[in-house]
Design a protein around this ligand. Structure first.
Ligand code: GLP
Length: 242
């Protein structure tokens, strides 16, 4: 079965036409999550283009996060990561439960006195110590989100306590949040965010802000996350409570 043909009169470069064609096939669910795409050789034959053109089109879709290459196995349609909305889980747990490997690249890690804005978000008194973490978060080798967390000083011994998962570090000191308020909003990535995530400025993102609390009501985190709109789904189970 072929995925289709390229239009004869399209002035765009062939690899971009093919890239668009494959993107449409993925987005219209013609190709499904985790499906292997046909080998380069077959695609080249089907679309009557060179293998170099096929490779360039695939490279483009890999960097868009729509396809992933698995060494020795081939190229697959990337699965969107789904997030259940009601569970107080961490990024690392979300990714692991979906069979993806979480990974972070640190932008910065610091300690300092709380800013007026942070003190409002966290309910801390002026001058209180906070730790700040800024990370680019990955699922396997694909960027997923940018994350800015502010944690009250009483939750951790030092910023160095966080090496990979923040929630793991908080759990170790008994300060993992047990309740949270979360807010979602659509955003368009600015140039700096787009560059860190490897997407285009103006691309859609999902802003998720979480305020986490301890059992005793004290704040445990204030985190602002910017997820890639093309890679992340929020899923909620709804119950009729009437
Ligand atoms: C999610 C939440 C954040 C939380 C983070 C912890 O992304 N939205 O509020 O800080 O998980 O993730 P991890 O424990 O992997 O660092």
């Amino acid at each position: 079965e072929t995925i289709g043909r390229l239009a004869k009169d399209d002035p765009a470069p062939l690899y971009l036409q093919l890239q668009r064609h494959l993107r449409d096939a993925i987005q219209s669910r013609h190709l499904h999550q985790d499906d292997a795409i046909p080998p380069e050789r077959d695609l080249a034959e089907d679309f009557e283009v060179s293998r170099i053109t096929v490779r360039k089109a695939i490279d483009g879709l890999v960097s868009e996060g729509l396809l992933t290459r698995r060494r020795g196995a081939g190229t697959f349609v990337a699965s969107r990561v789904e997030k259940s909305f009601s569970k107080l889980s961490s990024f690392s747990e979300d990714m692991i439960s979906r069979g993806r490997k979480p990974h972070s690249e640190w932008v910065s890690k610091s300690a300092g006195a709380v800013t007026p804005e942070e003190s409002l978000s966290l309910g801390l008194s002026p001058g209180a110590l906070v730790y700040r973490f800024h990370r680019v978060r990955f699922a396997d080798s694909t960027t997923m989100a940018l994350e800015y967390s502010t944690i009250p000083g009483y939750c951790l011994a030092s910023p160095e306590a966080v090496t990979s998962s923040l929630y793991d570090a908080l759990e170790k000191t008994g300060h993992r949040p047990v309740r949270a308020l979360q807010r979602l909003r659509a955003v368009a990535f600015n140039a700096e965010q787009a560059e860190r995530l490897g997407v285009k400025p103006g691309d859609p993102g999902l802003f998720i802000e979480r305020r986490g609390f301890l059992q005793d009501g004290r704040a445990a985190e204030f985190t602002q996350s910017y997820y890639r709109g093309d890679a992340y789904d929020v899923v909620a189970e709804l119950n009729d409570i009437s």
